[in-house]
Design a protein. Structure first.
Length: 81
């Protein structure tokens, strides 16, 4: 369901090499939003980075860098899953 608002939960900036529950959350969102077929293991590896870049490009973000900062989190959380 589209809510038109961004979630208020703050997330850390994630990039290649990041680990933890925030990465697992990111992987679940990417699997749903772009059918990424990522293994949800909480490890930000090459496949997660590639999926992030694909999401950034499809979302119209100017910085397609594979880093999940505030702008990318904002786009990721526009849609409730």
């Amino acid at each position: 369901m589209f809510t038109g608002t961004q979630a208020t939960t703050a997330h850390p900036t994630l990039a290649f090499g990041s680990t933890g529950e925030d990465v697992a959350y990111l992987q679940r969102r990417l699997n749903f939003l772009i059918s990424a077929s990522l293994v949800v293991d909480g490890r930000f590896g090459a496949a997660t980075e590639k999926a992030v870049k694909k999401f950034q490009e499809s979302s119209g973000l100017l910085d397609i860098d594979g880093i999940v900062g505030p702008k990318t989190w904002g786009k990721l959380e526009l849609i409730d899953i």
